[in-house]
Design a protein around this ligand. Structure first.
Ligand code: PEP
Ligand code: MG
Length: 568
């Protein structure tokens, strides 16, 4: 039998794990209505009613699926049902219908208008266009009387492939059938990645030449490396999957607390965005909250919540972690996280403009009111150890002014290290704050001058980039010298191998999405502190991100080899 040659395509691995199954492409071709009729005036109300029925049918289908889903999947499906009925786009479509456009054309034109607006905003908002396009395709299919686009039906395992996955597709999938997700587009924060993390199935995004893989081809997906292999011999693939199965069993059994193999404790914390999220996190093996992204509570708040309203929201998070550390981050509005009540005039380059602390200061009194809200929450629900930090700090003066305000309220004050200048000035900044928390997502974006949401720049927005690692090492060293904590709360903390490197550098806590905690905990438990230190030293010799990852993996493999020798 001829042996198929081996080749691979590469993207950004967002959920680790190995899977092997035939590729199955999502039918993501949108139904294209071509109907240039002008609907006679007398029939327009009926056309509008037909549109209303289609919208309602699609929304109800999402709700039905939400009933049989669980966790994030339910939330995603309910949110998409809400988006289907959204007044903004349906009103725009109705207006077009009443002007004579056929309903399917009107639905497309109305949604495409919103999609272009969101795309112009870029970042997180641009990623959300996938949701809107999915609604468009389903409503259009309903109006045209053709089947809804979506996931291929299968009862045997498949690796699902798509240009990008709609949240409704990913939310409804069965992880026993879909054993991995691979998309040509999408970023690490896309719904695809979020859902894959929840299901614990390997996931790779931003694979530019994914279309080379044709439907039905058996593929081996390596979610840690970001590789999709074609032509791997069956026996080899099966052995790799079985080995990975053992790893997954260990993850399921892991209960924390985290420590290295030689018993050095490592503080693992959760990233949360509201009270319900904090309550869920409190059930996970974490020791507190390392990043409470307060702006995510307010993405649809048209007016600024009062101090009392803010205190109630923050209090919910504090109440979930009595006796534990909770790091509250003040509003990080701007760029990809538009908070309606925290606004400034149009900016040409919002990622480098007024965001984070700059936005809080640009809106008079906003920072003070938020700090008062936090202080009141502490007074009411204050059994947690509350730390407060500011995003997007760039100078020692900003750090000092912020810390003074936090200290006035009797709280522990820190700043995020997201701007490279702060990493360079870590020593001086540590003289005025109590702790630092490195936001590797933005630190990478600003160090590499590469938009963190751009799928085509995923190789640059990689925290393994040696330039980024050097800044992190420098900051950790400054923390050690000052005797003050330096944590990491960006996505880098959720990468098990990188987590070991960070600990080896002297980072004192790692904060991540709850779903990522067991993988990091298990990995830390398999290596000694000395090996983490060796890995931290090794990566500083790397010239590329790939080389850095390889050097770290090699250094850490020593612990594993020693373990295996012990077993012999
Ligand atoms: C970061 O930049 O790494 C971070 C944690 O902040 P956010 O992702 O919310 O910008
Ligand atoms: Mg950030």
């Amino acid at each position: 039998m001829a042996v198929e040659s081996h080749w691979l395509v590469q993207g950004t691995g967002v959920v680790p794990g190995i899977a092997y199954a035939p590729a199955a492409w999502v039918q993501d071709l949108a139904p294209v209505p071509q109907d240039d009729r002008v609907i006679p005036e007398a029939e327009r109300e009926a056309e509008k009613a037909r549109f209303g029925t289609a919208v309602e049918t699609v929304a109800q289908r999402f709700e039905q699926r939400a009933l049989t889903a669980s966790g994030v999947a339910t939330e995603v499906l309910m949110a998409t049902a809400g988006l289907t009925r959204d007044r903004g786009w349906t009103r725009a479509a109705n207006k077009l219908i009443l002007a004579g456009r056929p309903a399917a054309m009107a639905a497309n034109e109305a949604i495409d208008g919103f999609v272009s607006q969101l795309q112009a905003l870029g970042g997180l908002m641009a990623e959300r266009t996938t949701d809107l396009k999915d609604v468009r395709n389903r409503v259009t299919a309903e109006l045209m009387g053709v089947p809804e686009p979506g996931i291929p039906k299968s009862t045997t395992p498949i690796v699902l492939m798509a240009t990008d996955l709609a949240p409704a597709d990913t939310a409804g999938l069965d992880p026993h059938v879909v054993v991995a997700l691979v998309t040509a587009e999408g970023g690490p924060t896309s719904h695809t990645a979020i859902i894959a993390r929840q299901f614990g199935i390997p996931c790779i995004v931003a694979v530019s030449d994914l279309r080379k893989i044709v439907d039905g081809t058996p593929v081996l997906v390596n979610g840690s490396a970001g590789d999709v292999h074609v032509g791997v011999p069956l026996a080899e693939a099966q052995a790799l999957v079985a080995e990975d199965g053992k790893r997954r069993d260990k993850l399921r059994a892991w209960v924390g607390p985290a420590a290295t193999a030689d018993g050095v404790p490592v503080q693992l914390l959760a990233n949360v965005q509201d009270g319900p999220g904090a309550q869920k996190a409190a059930k996970a093996p974490v020791e507190g909250v390392g990043l409470f992204r307060t702006e995510l509570c307010f993405l649809s708040a048209q007016t600024e919540p009062t101090v009392a309203e803010q205190a109630a929201i923050y209090g919910e998070v504090l109440a979930a972690f009595p006796g534990h550390k909770v790091v509250i981050r003040t509003l990080d509005a701007g760029m990809d996280k538009p908070v309606p009540f925290a606004k400034i005039e149009h900016e040409e380059n919002p990622a480098l403009g007024v965001r984070g602390i700059r936005m809080s200061l640009a809106n008079e009194g906003m920072l003070d009111r938020q700090l008062d809200g936090i202080a009141n929450a502490v007074a009411i629900a204050g059994e947690a150890k509350t730390w407060v930090m500011a995003p997007m700090i760039a100078t020692v003066d900003e750090a000092k002014a912020f810390a003074d305000e936090v200290h006035k309220r009797g709280l522990v004050a820190g700043v995020m290290v997201e701007v490279p200048a702060v990493a360079m000035m870590a020593k001086q900044i540590l003289e005025v704050v109590d702790f630092l928390s490195i936001g590797t997502n933005d630190l990478t974006q600003y160090t590499m001058a590469a938009d963190r949401m751009a799928p085509t720049l995923a190789d640059l927005t990689d925290p393994w980039q040696p330039g980024v690692l050097r800044l992190v090492a420098r900051t950790a060293k400054a923390g050690k010298k000052a005797g003050k904590p330096v944590g990491v709360c960006g996505e880098a903390a959720a990468d098990p191998v990188l987590a070991c490197v960070l600990i080896g550098m002297g980072i004192t806590s790692l904060s991540m999405a709850v779903a990522a905690v067991p993988a990091v905990g298990v990995q830390l438990g398999e290596v000694t502190m000395d090996d983490c230190k060796a890995a931290a030293k090794a990566v500083l010799k790397a010239r590329t991100a790939r080389e850095a990852r390889w050097l770290a993996t090699e250094a850490l493999a020593k612990s594993k080899e020693e373990d295996d020798d012990d077993e012999d």
